[in-house]
Design a protein around this ligand. Sequence first.
Ligand code: CA
Length: 230
Amino acid sequence: MQTILLIEDEQAIADTVLYALKSEGFATQWFSLGGEGVVWLQHHPDTALLILDVGLPDGNGFEFCKTIRRFSDIPIIFLTARNEEVDRIVGLEIGADDYVGKPFSPRELAARVKAILKRTATNGASTTPGESDFVIDDARARIHYHGTLLDLTRYEYLLLKTLLGQPERIFSRGQIMDQVWSEPEESLERAVDTHIKTLRAKLRAVRDEGDPIKTHRGMGYSISGTVDES
Ligand code: CA
């Protein structure tokens, strides 16, 4: 069952939206605060779609959307009481998939949810297993890149796996160290840079066009590409 996350501070609106979604067969999760919803989403990356109110007690929905886009490409529909065109444009520019102006019909909203999920499911279908850029074989601690098995050290494997765990997310060197290095004496941030360098060389040896690992100056590293587990 697909789960829809709703972040909306008005109880009456939330109730009707949740009811409409449940009647369409969706599981639902509701938060009235943006901050709580973002934290929940971080722990539930399988969530199918987010319905996000613009005016929230603890901040602006557009700002929460920007935060979410740093770690998730979940489809987002904005609920906005402000019907100015500029708000709509801003909403879509910052990575939203759709918006619904209040007042709205909960049934129409549920229909839009289904339409977006259908659209994104079709996009995802083009990435069939075996065609992904990276394939992680966790049991054997191996990773294939464009069909080629990478010859990785333990640290390189753990580092690459960490980055691939959330493609496009920026990991700071500290976060990478926490995930990859177990022994504190090895916890030098320079070590991350060194292993990123050797990892890049190995990926380049397989495919010499474009570097999937991106350096974010002063912030850390992220990786691009589709991922599968074998
Ligand atoms: Ca509101």
